[in-house]
Write a new protein. Structure first.
Length: 181
């Protein structure tokens, strides 16, 4: 759709995305053993408390990442592609849209890791499949056909939003089984 410049812009956006996602993955991996321990110990109160605290951390990280992305979109684009004003503008514009996905992806990463920590690999696998294959592939296939370059930037936002619906559905429907809410 945007040729070599579009590929370069998306590559920059994905590099920055990996850095932001690392914080969410790190938090999830760090808290997972604690969830496993509390679940195994049958300490429902501590499990609920930990779940509540974790969701507040995810919410705060998600909002902070979106805010930082909006503030740093220009400098980050300039760092990677400042040599070309048109490419920098495209990258900055795309990143500002793409960054809205941070509102959802922390929940999706946490949801998958959370259910893994509880020994529910099936739910974790379903959430990962929804996020990384079904919704992402569907959005990448459909949105650029409908909205051209805008669709490319919105594809990950839409995919993470769709996956969030699945994550929230499982959080709601599994809460009594695992006693975390």
């Amino acid at each position: 759709i945007a040729g070599e410049q579009g590929v370069a812009a998306l590559s920059v956006i994905m590099y920055v995305n990996f850095v932001f996602a690392a914080a969410l993955i790190g938090f999830t991996m760090g808290v997972a053993p604690v969830f496993s321990f509390q679940y195994g110990a049958g300490d429902r109160g501590e499990l609920r408390s930990l779940f509540s605290k974790s969701t507040r951390v995810i919410a705060a990280l998600s909002l902070a990442m979106v805010a930082a992305s909006q503030l740093l979109a220009g400098p980050l684009a300039a760092l990677f592609v400042g040599y070309d004003p048109g490419l920098k503008a495209m990258t900055e514009w795309g990143f500002r849209i793409f960054a809205l996905s941070f509102l959802c992806n922390g929940w999706n990463i946490f949801g998958s890791g959370f259910f893994t920590a509880l020994g529910d690999g099936k739910t974790s696998a379903i959430l990962s499949f929804l996020r990384t294959l079904l919704f992402q592939c569907g959005a990448i296939w459909l949105l650029p056909r409908l909205f051209e370059l805008h669709g490319v930037w919105w594809a990950t936002v839409a995919a993470e939003g769709g996956a969030l619906m699945g994550t929230l559905w499982y959080f709601w429907h599994k809460r009594e089984k695992y006693h975390y809410a």
